[in-house]
Design a binder for this molecule. Structure first.
Ligand SMILES: Cc1cc2nc3c(=O)[nH]c(=O)nc-3n(C[C@H](O)[C@H](O)[C@H](O)COP(=O)(O)O)c2cc1C
Length: 386
C-alpha cells in the first residue's frame, strides 16, 4: 500500500513527509520536487511570508543514485524563519512558551474549536499545525506520486478558472493548450483576458483590506481504464479524490466532470453516450462524467474542480472573542495572503497525483518499477483485445 504522513509546524524547525510503499527504480531528485515547491510559492496575491519561504526539499532516505530503493522516502523542508522562532517553538523544557502566546481566536480558522478540543490555553499550539504551511509537506509527498505516474505517461495539469467574479473561458482549449498557457501565467490561468480581470479584482480587494477565493481545475490525462473500484465505498476513486481535495485547507467543495450542473440538466444532457469503432475501440464523444463512472476511471481525462473560500485572515478586522478573557475584539492582521488560489491549485495537483499513484500501485502492484510496468503492459494488451 502506498501512503504518506506529514509532520511539522508552521514556525517549527521543518516539515517532514514520509512516503511508504513506492516501488524501487523510480527516478526521483530534490530538483524535481523543488520545481513543485517553487510553484506552490508563486502566484499574484501572496503575502509577506512567501518572501521568507524559499522552500527546498532534502531527500534524507529511500533514494540512492537518483532512484527510489523501495524503502520509505523521507523528505525534509526546513522552515527558513526557524532562527527567529527556536526559543518559542523549542520541543525542550527550555522553550519560552510564554512568548508569542495567542489567545485571540481568528474566525474562519481552526483556532477556537481546536483549542477547546485539545485543551490548549495558547492557540499557537493549534494554528502552528492547522496552517496551510503544511501544504508544503503535501506537495513534497505528492510529487513522489507524480514521479511514479509520469513513468506511465500520466500527466497532471492544474489551472485557475475563477477568482472572485472573474472567470476564465477555457471550453474551447485542449489540455495541452491549457497547460502551456497557464504555466506562463502569474495566476496559473489559461485565459489572459480573464487573468487581467482577476489581477484587478485582487488589487481592489487588497485595497479594501479584504480577501478572495476562487475555483481551480485539475485535469489528468493518460489514465488507463479501470483504476479504483465500484465494489466497495472506500475503493471508489471519486470518493478518494474528493477526500484528498477537501482535506486541503480552505477547500469547500469539489466537483467531478460537470459536477453541480448535473443537478439542473436532464439526463440526456448529462450522460456520455458510448460508441465503438474497430480502430478506436470503445469511445465517447463527450466527457461530462469527468473520466469516472461508478468510482472507476473510464479512460477519458479526469476533470476535477475545487472551490477555495477567501483567505480568513483579513486586514479589515472581523469580530471575534479572546479565549481567556472572553472579551470581544477586532481580529486584524499585519501579513497574510489576499488570494492563494494558484497555490491551492498546485497543492491540488499534488494530492491528486498521490491518489492516482495509489490507485496505480493497487491495480498494477509490483515492488519495482520494472515489475509494475510488466503488469501494466499486460493489462493494456488485454484491454486492447476487449
Ligand atoms: C495555499 C494556501 C495558502 C493559504 N494561506 C493563508 C493565509 O495566508 N492566511 C490565512 O488566514 N489562511 C490561509 N489559508 C487558508 C487557511 O489555512 C484555512 O482556511 C484554515 O486553516 C481553516 O481551514 P478550513 O478553511 O479548511 O476550514 C491558505 C490555504 C491554502 C491552501
Amino acid at each position: 500500500m502506498l501512503r504518506y504522513l506529514t509532520a511539522g509546524e508552521s514556525h517549527g524547525h521543518s516539515l517532514t513527509s514520509i512516503v511508504e510503499g513506492l516501488p524501487s527504480g523510480i527516478p526521483l531528485t530534490e530538483e524535481y520536487i523543488n520545481i513543485q515547491l517553487a510553484r506552490r510559492q508563486s502566484g499574484y496575491g501572496r503575502g509577506g511570508r512567501m518572501q521568507i519561504e524559499k522552500d527546498t526539499a532534502r531527500i534524507t532516505a529511500g533514494v540512492r543514485g537518483g532512484l527510489t530503493t523501495g524503502g520509505p522516502v523521507c523528505l525534509v523542508v526546513e522552515n527558513r524563519d526557524w532562527a527567529n522562532w527556536s526559543e518559542t517553538m523549542s520541543p525542550g523544557t527550555d522553550a519560552n512558551t510564554a512568548d508569542r502566546v495567542v489567545t485571540k481566536a481568528r474566525p474562519g480558522h481552526a483556532d477556537l474549536a481546536g483549542a477547546i478540543k485539545y485543551n490548549h490555553q495558547d492557540i499557537r499550539n493549534v494554528l502552528e499545525r492547522a496552517s496551510a504551511r503544511e501544504t508544503a509537506a503535501r506537495v513534497a509527498a505528492g510529487t513522489t506520486g507524480r514521479a511514479l505516474v509520469e513513468q506511465f505517461g500520466i500527466k497532471i495539469t492544474g489551472h485557475v478558472v475563477k477568482i472572485g467574479k472573474a472567470s476564465a473561458s477555457v471550453e474551447k482549449l485542449g489540455v495541452e493548450e491549457i497547460r502551456e498557457l497557464s504555466s506562463g501565467s502569474e495566476l496559473l490561468c489559461a485565459d489572459p483576458a480573464a487573468e487581467e480581470l482577476m489581477i484587478q479584482e485582487i488589487d481592489r480587494t487588497r485595497k479594501e483590506g479584504d480577501s478572495l477565493g476562487g475555483v481551480f481545475e485539475i485535469i489528468v490525462t493518460g489514465l488507463p481504464v479501470g483504476l479504483g473500484s465500484y465494489a466497495h465505498y472506500d475503493r471508489k476513486l471519486d470518493g478518494r479524490l474528493a477526500q484528498a481535495m477537501m482535506s486541503i485547507q480552505a477547500i469547500k467543495g469539489v466537483e467531478i466532470g460537470i459536477g453541480f450542473r448535473a443537478g439542473e440538466l436532464p439526463g440526456s444532457q448529462v450522460h456520455d453516450e458510448l460508441f465503438y469503432d474497430r480502430v478506436r475501440g470503445f469511445y465517447r464523444n463527450t466527457n461530462r462524467a469527468g473520466g469516472l463512472e461508478g468510482g472507476v476511471t473510464n479512460g477519458e481525462p479526469l476533470v476535477l474542480r475545487a472551490v477555495m473560500k477567501p483567505i480568513p485572515t483579513l486586514y479589515k478586522p472581523l469580530q471575534s472573542v479572546d479565549l481567556q478573557t472572553k472579551d470581544s475584539y477586532q481580529a486584524a492582521v499585519e501579513r497574510s495572503d489576499v488570494c492563494a488560489v494558484p497555490a491551492a491549485a498546485v497543492v491540488g495537483e499534488a494530492v491528486v497525483a498521490f491518489e492516482i499513484a495509489r490507485a496505480m500501485a493497487e491495480k498494477f502492484g509490483g515492488d519495482s518499477l520494472a515489475e509494475m510496468k510488466r503488469n501494466y503492459d499486460s493489462y493494456i494488451e488485454y484491454v486492447k483485445r476487449v
